[in-house]
Design a protein around this ligand. Structure first.
Ligand SMILES: Nc1ncnc2c1ncn2[C@@H]1O[C@H](COP(=O)(O)OP(=O)(O)OP(=O)(O)O)[C@@H](O)[C@H]1O
Length: 252
């Protein structure tokens, strides 16, 4: 059996008194893409953000359950969340480059970690931009502002910035929802090229996207995980009626 890189058990999350996740059990093989799908408000983003403790930054959120990254308790008091978010990186819906050059954006995380050696930084910036499939488009303009790029290019620079800290898991919250179709396609291609090197968990509203790029799909509804399985099985022959109704467009 493939090695599990991440396991989550009985995840319950409360916004104040309100329970938004009702005991989610889901685990992840090393490498590949898992899509989280489900209607608006079903808890996909809430669950995703729990995986690298993004809720720590918000008041009034309580997270219960077991979260193990390579066997280590993500929520242990001793966990350094800055280190954790290097291992489990995140890419958001809106491309969010900092208002600096492309180079400085990608080098950011390494500099925070204290790396000053220019040759090391140069190499990692190049490798990360290549992995994010944008090197050829920007290699002659590395000192140009990242804000001068198109939305799709900015999103691939955001992916390169996340890759530059050598994460093992990348969380992506609707990473193509704000992009035009051509840019969205470029970002999807980037993710597919990374599937042999990285474990990716992507929230998407696009059923077409989930079926195109993911290996596994998990269907959420009303704060519950209804089912998770190989993507082909979910889209061709789901076990649960709710899943069938959702993927055939009957609601959501
Ligand atoms: N900061 C918050 N405070 C209170 N309730 C919240 C907060 N964020 C989300 N919720 C609630 O938690 C539930 C799950 O929301 P969440 O955003 O995780 O769903 P989602 O499936 O990602 O939705 P969408 O697809 O629309 O992004 C919803 O009922 C939502 O209203």
């Amino acid at each position: 059996m493939a090695e599990k890189i991440l396991t989550t058990e009985n995840v319950r999350l409360y916004y104040g008194e309100k329970e938004a996740l009702h005991g989610i059990n889901l685990d992840y093989d090393k490498f590949g893409i898992t899509a989280l799908i489900g209607p608006s408000g079903s808890g996909k983003s809430t669950y995703l953000r729990a995986l690298n403790r993004m809720h720590d930054l918000t008041d009034n959120v309580t997270v219960n359950g077991t979260f193990l990254f390579k066997g280590q308790d993500i929520y242990a008091p001793s966990t350094d969340t800055v280190e954790l978010r290097k291992d489990i990186g995140m890419v958001f819906q809106q491309p969010n480059p900092f208002p600096f050059s492309i180079y400085d954006n990608v080098a950011f995380g390494m500099r925070i970690s204290g790396e000053k050696n220019k040759a090391v930084l140069d190499e990692m910036v190049e490798t990360s931009l290549k992995q994010a499939a944008i090197w050829n488009e920007v290699k002659d303009d590395l000192h140009k502002s990242a804000l001068s790029l198109s939305g799709g290019q900015q999103q691939r620079v955001s992916i390169a910035r996340a890759l530059a800290t050598s994460p093992e898991i990348l969380l992506l919250d609707e990473p193509t929802a704000a992009l035009d179709p051509v840019s969205a396609h470029a970002v999807e291609n980037t993710l597919m090229q990374l599937r042999d090197k990285l474990t990716m968990i992507i929230v998407t509203h696009s059923m077409a996207q989930a079926s195109r790029i993911s290996d596994r799909t998990a269907f959420f509804m009303n704060g519950d995980l209804i089912e998770a399985n190989d993507t082909k099985k979910i889209f061709l022959d789901p076990d649960k009626k709710e899943t069938q109704d959702y993927i055939s467009g009957r609601f959501g």
